[in-house]
Every structure is written in structure tokens, then in C-alpha cells.
Design a protein around this ligand. Structure first.
Ligand code: SF4
Length: 293
């Protein structure tokens, strides 16, 4: 198999085979991310992809699921992506579920009909590192799109029947804009139909512009209590009928699970309790051990 480091595997699908159809990230400019800094975006030739598919067909001929690499493989235009999905179906005839990560901007270059055709080839689920629905925050972190783009592209995915995840990057607006980041993200996400909304807390990694800004005093990060208060505000305002994933373990209980709306009151109560009684120092120690997004 051909892989270019770093290889990111969705932790929720730990056993799915991986197939590299792109290298790196088309954007590579988010202020909090260094993941693909040393990798120039590129696309392996079809011979290389086919060689990997032959290997997968030999080792896992009954594979029903697969994860495409790398950061945003779905950025490829339809005319390049569709033949790859056709090859996956050819080599792995039992495939049902082709998953990949995508940026909001990756769907601008595809029509609803093309997205529907990709879904019919197996692209049923994607995860988007949406991060925020607040325009000030999106510009501040250099995401390269605005809330209106999220709404427009998600409407296309909904129409095409492609399911998607949103992530809310807890803490990325700093203290000054935390409230707007939480409320506006929840409001924008609530106008879409995600199957999953996930939250992960910001860690300032070495080499990121955001850490350098923090060191110069231009970015004021939230502390652990501030992060929890922001998640609480986000959850209170979120009205999506979806599953909910959070990296916060609250009072020893994981709040991750299906039926967000049915569990919302319990999640809010647990977060409030954690804000009042949680061990913030322990949370800070755990965050400091993180080495990647
Ligand atoms: S966060 Fe995602 S889109 Fe932004 S630079 Fe990193 S990999 Fe690329």
C-alpha cells in the first residue's frame, strides 16, 4: 500500500481499510493546524491507486467499507473522483460505504446530480471539519469560507442524500469571541441536517500561527472552564436531530451518543455540573498531552 505521512484514521471507524487517493490538504492554511504542513497537495496516478486496490482485494475481498485519504480527498472534481469510486467498486464488489473527510469548499465544484451519482457509487458519508458557523471566527482562523457557504453546500448534500458530520472547534475564537462562536455555530448547524455533530477542544500546537499569536498576546485562549462554558452554550443553542460526540468526559461519563435532542437536557445538566465541580487541572493535564488534532 502507498501512504504519505501523516495518515489520519477516523477513530470511530478503526478497522476500515484505508486508500490514499490524495496527499495532504488543498487548503493547508487554517491557523490552528500543522497536520499537513510538510506535504504538498497531490494526487497519486491511477496505476498507483489500482495497485493498492489489488492489494486490498487480495487481503480483504469482502470489504464493505473503506476510508479515503488524505485531508480532503473529496476536493477532487467529479471527473476524477467518479472513476476512482468506480474502480473501488470493481475491485471490492461488496463495498457499501465509502467514507472521506471534506472541506465545505470541496462541494462547490460538484452539482447535486454529481453528488447523487457519487453517493450511488458508495460515497454515503463524509465528515467536515466545519469548526464554526460564525463568520468573524471563520475569517480569524483562515478557514476559507463563510456561514453562507456551509448552508449552501449542506443543502446540496442533503438534496443528494449524502450524510455528513460537522465539527465544532471548541475554543478557537478565544475569549473575546467565544459567545458568538458558540451561538452562531449552533444556529448555522441547526439549519442543516448533520448525522453527527462533534466537538473537540482547541489545543495550541507548536508551529501554528495561533500559538504564535497567543505568545504575542494577540490571541487569548480559553481555560478549561471557559471551554466547557462554551460547549454548554453551543449545546443549549443546537437544535439538530443528530448524534452528538464530545471529547469532554464529564464526571467520568461520556456524553457521546445518538438522539442528541432526546438527551439534550441531560447533556446540559452534566456540563453544568462539570463546570461547577469538575477537576479543571486534570483536564488541562490531559489536553497538554495531545500531540495532534
Ligand atoms: S484543519 Fe483541515 S482544512 Fe484546515 S489546514 Fe488542517 S487539514 Fe487542512
Amino acid at each position: 500500500m502507498h501512504f504519505t505521512e501523516p495518515v489520519y484514521r477516523n477513530p470511530y471507524w478503526p478497522t476500515w481499510p484505508l486508500l490514499e487517493i490524495t496527499r495532504g490538504c488543498t487548503h493547508n492554511k487554517c491557523k490552528f493546524c500543522t497536520m499537513y504542513k510538510g506535504v504538498r497537495f497531490g494526487v497519486p496516478d491511477m496505476e498507483t491507486i489500482e495497485a493498492d486496490l489489488r492489494e486490498l482485494a487480495a487481503t480483504d475481498p469482502h470489504a464493505r467499507t473503506i476510508q479515503l485519504l488524505s485531508a480532503n480527498p473529496l476536493a477532487l472534481p467529479y471527473d476524477r473522483l467518479a472513476p476512482i469510486l468506480e474502480k473501488i467498486n470493481e475491485y471490492l464488489p461488496e463495498i457499501e460505504y465509502i467514507y472521506g473527510a471534506g472541506r465545505v469548499t470541496d462541494f462547490r465544484n460538484k452539482t447535486v446530480e454529481q453528488l447523487r451519482a457519487l453517493r450511488d457509487l458508495g460515497m454515503r458519508e463524509i465528515s467536515m471539519g466545519t469548526e464554526s458557523g460564525d463568520d468573524w471566527t471563520l475569517e480569524r482562523i483562515n478557514k476559507g469560507y463563510h456561514a453562507a457557504d456551509i448552508l449552501e453546500q449542506c443543502a446540496k448534500l442533503d438534496e443528494a442524500g449524502v450524510r455528513y458530520w460537522h465539527t465544532f472547534l471548541n475554543g478557537v475564537a478565544g475569549t473575546s469571541h467565544s459567545r458568538e462562536h458558540a451561538i452562531n455555530s449552533a444556529k448555522v448547524f441547526s439549519q442543516t441536517n448533520p448525522m453527527v455533530v462533534g466537538t473537540g477542544g482547541l489545543t495550541l500546537f507548536p508551529g501554528t500561527p495561533l500559538l504564535e499569536e497567543a505568545q504575542r498576546g494577540e490571541f487569548d485562549p480559553l481555560d478549561e472552564r471557559g471551554l466547557l462554558e462554551e460547549v454548554l452554550l453551543f449545546v443549549e443553542n443546537l437544535e439538530c436531530d443528530c448524534s452528538f460526540i464530545t471529547h469532554h468526559t464529564v464526571g467520568g461519563a461520556n456524553l457521546t451518543g445518538p438522539d442528541f435532542l432526546g438527551r439534550k437536557e441531560r447533556i446540559v445538566a452534566a456540563l453544568r455540573d462539570e463546570i461547577d465541580h469538575g477537576d479543571m487541572e486534570r483536564m488541562a493535564r490531559r489536553r497538554a498531552m495531545k500531540t495532534t488534532l
